[in-house]
Design a protein. Structure first.
Length: 430
């Protein structure tokens, strides 16, 4: 296309693919292959030396995955993306790409339980310290920073707390220090563009809203291309010093002829090469299918979730509703600023009967599926304190927004009357 589309509804249908070069297929082909034929010995040598880009082995790069990567990068206004085997792999790679043993990152406390455990325990075992701070005070990130701080990390719409993160405020603290803000945008896919507010890297679990149908596991890293990794070489040594794992490449220099993609190129050619958390071509195909309807689905998810929150706020069995539409003050102002009136498809509630009421409610649902996922087209429910956040201490659960009576709802795209009817019959027995 001569003019690149500017609107997400068009980008998700057209970016990165206009037809297969060999067959003309409009649908993106599934390149289910391990390896790719080199044109010559010189061609192979150039690919391995990064003198030119191309396909070598599907653990590192695959044409089907490449279309997904290009399409999501375009959707976010970024420079490049990297498909990975899961959202957890994306969260881990996001940090491991620029931090090693002895380094630290500063993270928001408002995190999905799996990410909290990854940061508090597994990263700790690797020698990377994660310092958790309360994002209600953006300056807490500055106070937790020292010479070994390599990144700030947060979720746009934290699951399950649903207090929108102050993206621009924290990015403005980190950028002059050479510290990139890494934003997990999973729960706000299609409704927030963190790069427009100063974020440097976006993390996705494509398993959720991008896939949209609960069929495939995957993740993505997206590089804005706007963060100046060379400005503070002492802060970002692993992109500015010779890398012994890739014949001494200095990544900020190695990509000069390619574009501002040092972060993604390093993640692809070192971490993905060595650790092998590759996205399968079939899963990439499924995510491309989901991405094509993301804007339409998110519109319905948001509409339905807001309606559910309004209805739950009046129910006598509900102590509190957790949803941006029910918030006030600075928290609500951030939701309006960053989400533009579309508050996402998640809704939480605290039941007056506590843990026992939560279990009874879950067991009484008929339409909602009881699963450990969010972002499906169908409605889902779970009790985080005994599932997704059960590995956390009570204190850490509270920090992430989980209480014994908290139930997380992922509101689907069914008719709103059917959704509310199921909630009503499940709550009536409490």
């Amino acid at each position: 296309m001569t003019d690149a589309p500017k609107h997400i509804e068009t980008i998700v249908l057209h970016a990165g693919h206009r037809g297969d070069a060999s067959t003309g297929s409009v649908a993106v082909p599934i390149h289910q292959t391990t390896s790719f034929q080199f044109k010559s010995a010189e061609h192979a040598a150039n690919l391995f030396a990064l003198a030119e880009l191309g396909n070598i082995y599907s653990r590192i790069m695959n044409p089907t995955c490449d279309v997904l990567e290009q399409r999501v990068a375009a959707m976010e206004g970024g420079a490049a993306a990297l498909g990975l085997a899961s959202g957890q792999a994306a969260s881990a790679f996001a940090i491991q790409n620029i931090a090693k043993a002895g380094d630290n990152i500063v993270s928001s406390t408002d995190l999905y339980g799996g990410t909290w455990n990854l940061f508090a325990n597994t990263m700790k075992d690797m020698g990377i310290e994660v310092r958790f701070v309360d994002p209600t005070d953006p300056e807490a990130f500055r106070r937790a920073t020292d010479d070994k701080t390599r990144a700030y990390y947060a979720e746009t719409l934290p699951n399950p707390k649903l207090h929108v993160f102050p993206i621009a405020e924290v990015a403005a603290i980190g950028t002059p220090l050479g510290i990139p803000l890494i934003m997990d945008n999973t729960a706000a896919a299609g409704i927030c563009r963190p790069f427009e507010h100063g974020a440097a890297i976006i993390v996705y679990s494509t398993t959720k809203y991008i896939g949209g149908h609960g069929t495939s596991i995957g993740g993505l890293l997206v590089d804005s291309g706007a963060f100046d990794w060379e400005a503070h070489p002492e802060r970002q040594p692993y992109l500015n010093q010779p890398d012994p794992s890739y014949h001494g490449a200095i990544w900020t220099q190695a990509v000069k002829g390619i574009g501002p993609v040092a972060y993604i190129i390093k993640a692809r050619t070192t971490l993905l090469r060595d650790l092998g958390a590759a996205m399968s071509p079939f899963n990439a195909f499924m995510f491309i299918q989901g991405l094509e309807t993301l804007p339409l689905r998110m519109e319905r998810h948001c509409q339905n979730a807001t309606a559910v929150a309004t209805w739950l706020a009046k129910h006598p069995a509900v102590e509190q509703v957790i949803h941006p539409s029910q918030q006030s003050g600075e928290v609500r102002a951030r939701a309006d600023r960053y989400l533009g009136g579309q508050y996402g498809g998640l809704c939480g509630m605290v039941l007056k009967g506590g843990k026992d009421a939560g279990a009874k409610f879950i067991d009484s649902l008929k339409l909602f599926f009881h699963v450990a996922n969010i972002g499906d087209a169908r409605s889902l429910a779970i009790h985080p304190a005994t599932t997704t956040h059960s590995q956390l201490s009570p204190e850490d659960q509270a920090a992430t927004g989980v209480s014994p009576g908290y139930v997380r709802l992922s509101i689907g795209i069914e008719h709103i009357d059917d959704i509310i009817a199921d909630l009503d019959q499940a709550l009536s027995g409490l």
